[in-house]
Design a protein around this ligand. Structure first.
Ligand SMILES: [Zn+2]
Length: 463
């Protein structure tokens, strides 16, 4: 039976049918003989990390794929902060933030350019101008992550239950920062506490946080529009970088580490601060993938590096962002080309699978990314294949969104993916068995043996 798992995630792989591809999806239209052969010798199905129709971002989808419930998700802001090496205190709030070109219109701020190009020196100067701010006991600092992207870390009596200010589309007004209505009321009332160990209600904190963040963003706008960097940019005909927009506030909360929950030593090979942060949060190891600009060679070499790493890890998550990025370019043909390059890179996998009967291979994606239309991600399920000793073999002959629907795995959702992996590793716990005080999903758990020389056993005198 398999004793290790390679989980290959082709980010944003799922798609819609496009006229330019004869009404096929990019994956359907792509020539993928290696993925097809794996599908032929394994079990297939459709996977959605949440509910059908739900458009999930990568981090939320991966949180479910790694076996965690949505209600425990800390928010993308704290994950990016962790990925950037920031040690967040439990009462601090982290919010995604990036520089943008804003203009005043009808007494409001409107988005002119969401992610303006700027050189490193310009960005560094702008960061210095707005990186620290404090008012009424709330302290805000900007932590750079990459280019014009960063994270705002808020400390004091703060709450993460506030709205975003990033309008995401050019020409739209920035939404005001407001306290959320549902979350803080629900959490504050659930157990009679405010959930943070501090004083005061979450509602008050959310109102104050929204008020202070609004004041800070207006301070950033006033400071940046006068800034010498922007005077120089306007002279050069470039859009001035006049503000910050924010998204997805969150706060860390205690969580059961991945290895204690599933009994698997996990490694993620995935690019970007958010994956680095997510794996750090879950206690998994993380490694950067190769990035020389040659997708096929890079992915092939990352795959080749995995076999040695299985001496130290039981589950390796090998991830590529390439299909998602191609879809964001809104070019179905480009996405098809990218998928074909990835399939070629996976060419050595068949021999490995043949030579190693103890290997479980899972290939899937975190969400669909449509390469046409306005949506960032979309809510269709993605194909899922599982291949290894003992895994049922169905009648599916091609790895794509349409053929996968005829597979024997059926429709797999959310945390069921990691449970299926545990199942095929012969580690799934029989429901009801309790060999550890802490709830975990694998068997046998890291249990404490009953010792015959335990002093606690001797002191018991009977009733
Ligand atoms: Zn994704």
């Amino acid at each position: 039976m398999p004793d290790k798992c390679l989980l290959i995630v082709l980010d944003g792989l799922g798609d819609r049918s496009h006229e330019v591809l004869d009404w096929q999806t990019p994956l359907q239209a792509a020539y993928t003989p290696h993925l097809d052969r794996l599908a032929q010798n394994g079990a297939n199905g459709l996977y959605h990390a949440g509910s059908l129709g739900e458009a999930l971002p990568s981090e939320t989808a991966h949180f479910a794929m790694f076996g965690y419930d949505r209600e425990d998700f800390p928010g993308r802001g704290p994950l990016e902060a962790l990925g950037a090496g920031v040690d967040l205190a439990r009462n601090e709030v982290a919010i995604l933030a990036h520089f943008a070109a804003l203009e005043e219109r009808d007494g409001c701020l409107a988005l002119v350019r969401d992610v303006p190009r700027a050189d490193e020196e310009e960005v560094a100067e702008l960061i210095r101008a707005v990186c620290m701010w404090e008012q009424d006991g709330i302290h805000i600092r900007y932590v750079p992550v990459k280019g014009v992207f960063g994270v705002l870390v808020l400390s004091g009596e703060v709450s993460s239950d506030i709205t975003d200010t990033g309008p995401m589309r050019h020409g739209r007004f920035l939404p005001d920062v407001l306290p959320l209505v549902s979350n803080h009321s629900r959490r504050a009332g659930a157990d009679g506490t405010d959930g943070t160990g501090g004083t005061g209600s979450e509602e008050v904190r959310a109102r104050n946080t929204a008020c202070m963040l609004r004041a800070y963003l207006l301070h950033a706008w006033r400071t940046l529009r006068e800034h010498p960097v922007n005077v120089r940019r306007e002279t050069a005909g470039l859009p001035p970088i006049t503000g910050l927009v924010t998204q997805r506030a969150g706060r860390l909360r205690p969580i059961q580490p991945f290895s204690r929950r599933f009994g698997l030593r996990g490694l993620s090979i995935a690019s970007g601060a958010v994956f680095r942060g997510l794996t750090r949060y879950l206690g998994m190891a993380w490694q950067a993938p190769r990035d020389t600009g040659n997708l096929e060679a890079d992915f092939g070499q990352d795959l080749a590096s995995v076999w040695e790493l299985f001496h130290r890890y039981v589950l390796i998550h090998l991830h590529t962002k390439a299909p998602d990025e191609a879809a964001h370019a809104k070019d179905p043909l480009l996405k098809k080309t990218v998928i074909e390059a990835l399939d070629r890179a996976l060419g050595t996998l068949e021999q490995r699978v043949h030579d190693d009967p103890d290997l479980l291979v899972v290939v899937t994606s975190d969400h669909s990314t449509p390469s046409s239309g306005n949506m960032v991600h979309s809510g269709e399920p993605v194909p899922l294949l599982m291949h290894g000793a003992g895994v049922r073999r169905d009648l599916v002959r091609h790895f794509d969104e349409i053929h996968a629907a005829q597979g024997c795995l059926g429709s797999v959702r959310g945390t069921e993916l990691i449970r299926l992996i545990l199942n095929y590793l012969d580690m799934a716990r029989l429901e009801g068995v309790r060999d550890t005080p802490e709830d975990c999903l694998f068997w046998p758990g890291d249990y404490q043996p009953l010792r015959i020389d335990d002093p606690d056993t001797d002191v018991f005198q009977g009733p």
